[in-house]
Each structure stands twice: as C-alpha cells, then as structure tokens.
Design a protein around this ligand. Sequence first.
Ligand SMILES: C[S@@+](CC[C@H](N)C(=O)[O-])C[C@H]1O[C@@H](n2cnc3c(N)ncnc32)[C@H](O)[C@@H]1O
Length: 276
Amino acid sequence: MFKPDLYSKINNEARRDTRDFIEEYSNEIGQMSGRCLDIGSGPCDVVTDFLLPKLNPKSTVVCSDISKPMLDYAKEKYGANDRLSFLQLDIESPTLAEDLVEQFDHVTSFYCLHWCEDMRQAFENIFELLRPGGSGFLTFVSDFPCMDAYKVLAAMPRYQRYMTDADRFIPVFQHAEHPRENLKKLLREVGFEISHCSRREISNIYDTPNDFGRVMAAVNPFIHRMPAQLQREYEVDLGIEATKNGIFFNKDNNGGYNILCRHHMFVVYLKKPSIN
Ligand SMILES: C[S@@+](CC[C@H](N)C(=O)[O-])C[C@H]1O[C@@H](n2cnc3c(N)ncnc32)[C@H](O)[C@@H]1O
C-alpha cells in the first residue's frame, strides 16, 4: 500500500503534526516506561526522532506495521538501535496472537488507525495487548474531506476496476455527525478509561492541485494496482478532485493562488483499568 521511500519523502506535514502532539503530551509520554508498542510505525522515523527521546529512557519500543516492506525498511535504517524491535502486526486482525496478549505497558500510534475499517476490532486488540493499568496515546484522522475524491474517481470508467473497494478506505468517522462522541462511546464500550479525547483541525497549504495529488498518491491504496501509464494520469486527477474540497485563495496580486486543505485529527490518551 505504502512505498517506504516515497512515503518518507512526502511525510513532512504528518511529521510536523505528530511532533507537535508528542510535544504537547510530553509529560504523559515521559511517564511511559517498560515495553511499548507503536502501531503502524511505517518507516519508523517518527518513533526514532520524536517518540523515543520523550519516553522514559529505560523504555523499549516494539515498532509494528501490517506492511513487510515498511518493516524491512525500518529494520535496515534503525535496526541497530537496541531500544527498538520490530513486529509484523495487523491491528485489525480478528485473530490476535495469544503470545501478544497483555505484553505491553503502553501503546502509541500516529496517523495509522484511520486505515482500519473495523475500528471496534482494532480497539479491542489494543485493549488486549495492554497490561491492566497500561496507557495509550493515539492520534489518527477523524475526517479528511479531500478523501471524498475517492468516490468520484471510483465512478470514472478508467479507474473503476482498481477502486471497487474505495469506500473501505474513507475514514470511518468521515461523515459522522458527532465523531468525537461516537469515538468516545466506542472506547468506553471496549473498556477503556478516557483521559483525553479531542478532535483537532489541521490545515496544509499546497501550491497546485498537482502538488497535493503527489502527496495523496503516496498514501493511496489504489494507484499501485494500476498500469504504470495510468498511474501518472490518476495522480493528476486525484489532485484535481481532492482540491475541489479545498479552499483556493490569492497568494499575490499576479493571479497566483494557493490551496488550503483541511482535515481533523483525533488525539486520544486512554488507560486500560487496573485489576483491583
Ligand atoms: C501514514 S503511515 C504512518 C506511519 C508512521 N506512524 C508515521 O507517523 O510516520 C500509516 C502506516 O500504518 C500502516 N497500517 C495501515 N493499516 C494497518 C493495520 N491494519 N495494522 C497495522 N498497521 C497498519 C501502514 O502500512 C503505514 O505504514
């Protein structure tokens, strides 16, 4: 789904957001010690650059991802760090390995959980993975209006056959009337104590639809299914359709413009109750 090299070249904005969230929660993260699990670590630069320095220095992190290419890339780049180890894990799996149950003191995840279609399963797994009394710091997309472009492109005859499952990749809370309330209800039903759950607006500015298309194509589940000659065309169309959900504004008096694209992120800090 993701190409590690390509993703590492376009993840500046996501890195900025995660760095800010980690900074904001540095007190809570500083108290995380023992064995931590990061879910959907991707290339692992975020764990290494931002998370690890804020955790208790005695802590270790198991970096996990559904994607073997991501894990191979991360191992190659950061495998020498003895505070890190690596695990292939689908957080949405209905069959969580027995030997992972209650093996983690803390769980973190950045820009990953919105890829899950079955959020309840993902949170039930996180609950199972945590030891009683363990905590989790999770940030993920609540809604990203530009992703509605998937529906438009999926209806175009030339892309249709590659995008039959387009709905599955639109975040679960994309059109929810009360996304934060819905998420809190789900977390409570799974058994978590919620210390914090907010929904934050994030804005990014792009020069052209093509620039945004390039970023969206790098985190796109469909493009790799297409023949090479169609991929470039798709990237351009994706940029055009996605920026229709953005705001075009003048950048100078010469007719130049920029495009503001907004999305919302959930920021969640939760606990698995201790056994009394
Ligand atoms: C946008 S990247 C974020 C990577 C990293 N956390 C960061 O902030 O740079 C999302 C990552 O989640 C992974 N992912 C997607 N679905 C997953 C799942 N069900 N279980 C575990 N990882 C998943 C992808 O392979 C990808 O590496």
